[in-house]
Design a protein around this ligand. Structure first.
Ligand code: COA
Length: 331
């Protein structure tokens, strides 16, 4: 008989120890946006809830934003960067196919832990959180840094009136660590590749490299809207059910900041009580994909609208199409 292989064993539970974010310096309001597209401040606000969005300014990039948010998340968690057993970065806008942004950041933060990037678009932070929770509980890592970061402005066609007003930049980061009580509920996640064309890159890299066309992100807004306000609203209900909670047990709802009308459709489906605080940071941040959930979480905690120890439902969804959500205790 072959010798038994030792199994890893980790913490009984995992929880969020911290969250931090980086808000880019350049404010692009709807008036400036309407110098590029045939639209109006009124139309954009009514259809999406966006008043202004943040784009990278001088000296800011995917790497600087992720480093800043990541460093502050580690400080807030009260650990040393060297204790991070893994760094997970979710982004679809990093400019190097290889090596990963996570490996560069791990080095700059000061850890030799595992490091890898994931591509799960606007669901990316919740995908990373699910992996972090599993790593901590399996014993593969004691502390995990999860970063969602995007520089969508670089891949936005500012003359496309179907996307230009939505996309934005930013970074959000969180540290996940061991806990004696559960702070991260079961993930509900999945994909629907049959709708791969609903949000995608206009041209593949080989053509872009040949110099023929610049790749942008394009979208079938109506298809995404229908999927998000129907299927994803039901998925959010599943997240709550899998956590063994009722709508009344929630304090905070942090959906991906795609469109306030999608958030409203989810609220109708979830039948959340009045006391639940709902993230609406799309108003001043726009849709910054993988960064949107942790940026919204940090903004609500910083403003005092949400409090440490409260129970929050998170859900991300986007290009793939992919989605992921879980209930967490706020750090
Ligand atoms: N400014 C002004 N008018 C616009 C416009 C713009 N930027 N874009 C489209 N319109 C007009 C259309 O021409 C159309 O006019 P008509 O009724 O006279 O023909 C009307 O607005 C409706 O167009 P439609 O494409 O149906 O808009 P919409 O209501 O679906 O809104 C989005 C567009 C993009 C705001 C909406 O589809 C959306 O938010 N989808 C989800 C996108 C999303 O969340 N993506 C990210 C997921 S990660």
């Amino acid at each position: 008989m072959s010798a038994p292989i030792a199994a890893s064993s980790g913490a009984p539970f995992a929880k969020l120890l911290s969250v931090a974010s980086f808000v880019p310096s350049r404010v692009v309001d709807n008036a400036e946006m309407c110098t590029w597209i045939d639209s109006s401040d009124e139309w954009i606000q009514q259809r999406t809830g966006i008043v202004e969005r943040r784009w990278v300014g001088e000296g800011e990039s995917v790497e600087t934003m992720a480093l800043d948010a990541g460093r502050r998340a580690v400080e807030k968690a009260g650990i040393e960067a060297s204790e991070l057993g893994a760094v997970i970065v979710s982004t679809v806008t990093y400019y190097h196919q290889t090596p990963s942004l996570a490996a560069r950041l791990a080095h700059r933060l000061g850890t030799l832990g595992a490091a890898f990037d994931i591509s799960a678009a606007c669901a990316g932070f919740c995908y990373g959180l699910a992996q972090a929770e599993a790593l901590v509980r399996s014993g593969a890592a004691r502390y995990v840094l999860v970063i969602g970061v995007e520089e969508l402005s670089r891949f936005t066609n500012i003359h496309d009136r179907g996307t230009a007003f939505l996309f934005a930049d930013g970074a959000g980061a969180a540290v996940v660590g061991p806990s004696e009580t559960n702070g991260i509920g079961p993930v509900v996640w999945g994909s629907d590749g049959s709708q791969a064309d609903a949000i995608n890159q206009t041209v593949e890299w080989s053509k872009a490299l040949a110099g023929s066309e610049t790749p942008y992100i394009q979208m079938d807004g109506r298809a995404v809207f229908k999927w998000a306000s129907g299927f994803i609203a039901d998925a959010a209900k599943d997240v709550l059910a899998k956590a063994g909670l009722a709508p009344e047990d929630l304090d905070v709802f942090i959906p991906h900041q795609a469109n306030n009308r999608i958030t409203d459709a989810m609220l109708r489906a979830l039948k959340l009580p009045e006391h639940v605080v709902v993230a609406r940071t799309i108003k001043q941040f726009g849709n910054n994909s993988a960064a949107s959930v942790p940026m919204a979480m940090d903004a609500l905690l910083t403003s005092g609208e949400a409090k440490s120890g409260q129970t929050a439902l998170l859900i991300g969804f986007g290009a793939g199409l992919v989605y992921a959500g879980q209930v967490v205790t706020l750090p």
